[in-house]
Design a protein around this ligand. Sequence first.
Ligand SMILES: Cc1cc2nc3c(=O)[nH]c(=O)nc-3n(C[C@H](O)[C@H](O)[C@H](O)COP(=O)(O)OP(=O)(O)OC[C@H]3O[C@@H](n4cnc5c(N)ncnc54)[C@H](O)[C@@H]3O)c2cc1C
Length: 414
Amino acid sequence: MLEEKLSPATLRLVETAKQIAAEVVAPNAQGWDRENRFPHELFSALHRAKLDAMCVPSALGGLGIGPDTDDPLPVWLVTRALASADSASCHGQQVHTNMTHTVALLGTPEQKERFLRPVVDAGAIFGGWGSEQNGQPPAGPRPASTVAHRVGGGWELTGRKFYSTNAGAAKFAIVFAFPDNVANPTSQLLLCMVDCESPGVSVQPRWWDQATGMRATVSHEVDFDRVFVADDAVIGPPGSYWSSQVQARYLPQFSSNFQGVGAHLFEYAVNYLRERRRTSDPFIQHHMAEAKVMLVTAELLLAETAELYRARRYPQAFDYSRMLRAYSQTAVQRVVELVQACCGSSIYMEPGPVSRMMRDWQFYCHHENLDLILTATGKTIFGLGGEGSPEAFGFGRSGDRPADSVHGAAGREK
Ligand SMILES: Cc1cc2nc3c(=O)[nH]c(=O)nc-3n(C[C@H](O)[C@H](O)[C@H](O)COP(=O)(O)OP(=O)(O)OC[C@H]3O[C@@H](n4cnc5c(N)ncnc54)[C@H](O)[C@@H]3O)c2cc1C
């Protein structure tokens, strides 16, 4: 339905994404999950179609679309199309796309040339690594957060990131680091562009080997041992990730992925029920109709949010991004319940994808916290502010820390 809002050129992008979903993602998703393997086949297909350069400015050979352009919707529809075949591998694509957008939004012309041109020319892949665990890493004398220490000409990063999606495949990663020796490090958060082959960067796969969902994201632990980042590789002014509400632009991406999960499950259930000749049952009709209402309503909210971004009506666009993220999760959760009520237990039998999809969904819907996002929306209703805080994007404190800890909110990604 939303495709009707697209120009012929951008509609072709979404059609291409659907083709990649059917021909590359669907046949490989089970293998990527089983083997905990990076979806190279997906990224190669995206590169061939230029879908890895959606947010790269057209002056650099990219497609120049996405939030903060006249064409925000197709990026989200591409994400939804890919997630309709596999949420996990699609998340890797999302992180990559979001980080290229961050450079396009906040980077200098020289940084765009240096970091985004290789996406077009060589299929360079991005990560965006902010997540930390409880402030107390499992082993070794490490700082409570990834810190940036001032040295001549730049910064030295030391710390440990978890959930580092695309680690091992990424050429570049935007690493979220807190400068030491400042009064409020969270407000001074630095977006440090790290070449993943730099001395001191090491990917540790052990942690993600234990993952029980979203395995194809290969979200490994990555350690940083005095990694040098020159001043000209820091993206945007300190703290601009929060003050510019960059993460708000990525909530529609998560929402689109969620909606893809809902669409996938719904379509699978419709076929399953047809095959079992259960379509004349009024219980089934009623439940599947309710599922469809949830998905269509979520889709309409996505379109409205895109319209606000297209018109550059930013405070409202950010507010809608939160509502869209919240509603997409609630809607898909309800679709899961309704499909379960209609289809019972046999739908989980392999080789069908539903069991894996549910593992992924349980894991993924906690990427950011729904309650925190709704609380932020509530604050907006009452004019209480706080929209540029980590909590307003669903990121809470993790771990026990002293009350006056300045490292409370872990740096974030995506
Ligand atoms: C598949 C996947 C891929 C990811 N990829 C990336 C990535 O590429 N880069 C990156 O930086 N991060 C990534 N993340 C990490 C993500 O953003 C979160 O940091 C991570 O999921 C938090 O871990 P946790 O759920 O164990 O939460 P914890 O931080 O341990 O918190 C536990 C729970 O308490 C909740 N909580 C915490 N504080 C509050 C509060 N004040 N009020 C209410 N609730 C609160 C949390 O939301 C969570 O539900 C990824 C996560 C997943 C699942």
